[in-house]
Design a protein. Sequence first.
Length: 316
Amino acid sequence: MLDYKTTAFVFPGQGSQFVGMGRELAQASAAARDTFAEADEFLGFKLSQMCWEGPEAELTDTINAQPALLTCSVAALRALHEKLGEHPPALMAGHSLGEISALVAAGSLEFEDGLNLVRRRGEVMQAAGQRAPGGMAAILALDAPVLVEICAQAAAQTGGVVQVANDNCPGQVVISGDLASLDKAIELAKARGAKRALKLPVSIAAHSPLMLSVVEDFRRTVEGMPFIAPIPAVVGNVQATPLTDPNAIRIELPAQLTSPVRWTESVRYMLAQGVTTFVELGSKDVLTGLLKRIDASARGVAVGTPEAVEAVEDKG
């Protein structure tokens, strides 16, 4: 049962997309179905069909994956509201792209403005990747502070750029940078005892200085967005502290392109505020899995299917 006073809503980022995402939810929920229809109409193409039928290569393209994930998260949220009514939780947060989903969910931004923003975010990130190619790698069994040292050592040796991109949970950290520096950091991480070091199937170095060339472009888009104060507050990725007003949001979102996603710290902040249950809204259950590694006593609930929506009960 959900006690909203001790519940946070969290929203996944890229990597949670898959062909078929949101289809069963849309079949079972009018609110979810209408959300996909709204996205199709606003974007001018059948995003719903891409989510439900693929092709996978098109869905995985960052320009499409970002609005797809936002739409799936909003569809799950609205399906939950359809069942339980609208009740704000204690806090919200989202992982990378999911931060914009959280802002939409918290009423800081209308859904259509959110679609516009994430579409533009995908475009500028893709452009940065073309200007300054790079990659990302997941490092297992080393924590973020150790990898900060390793990345600094690798960059000093290569003269390039590599840094911690996502501090997902203890023992799972993603690094990001140019390919030579990334390879050097992987080599050093293995020497320091990394259990595995896996290059991710991406051609951009998200959350690193290689995104710097597009920050001003994205800032202009963000400045033009009609943000209002989110209710509840959204815990931001850059500082792992709450975003409570439009000015803070306008500073956060461009900075997020080049800054690490401090997810472990964000979850720990929410736990310290008395949150005990984390409801992950959208496709898959990636954040629910990370939660177990951050605090085994916290309760994670992934809500992205009709069965999951049906299983959620409020405190009454």
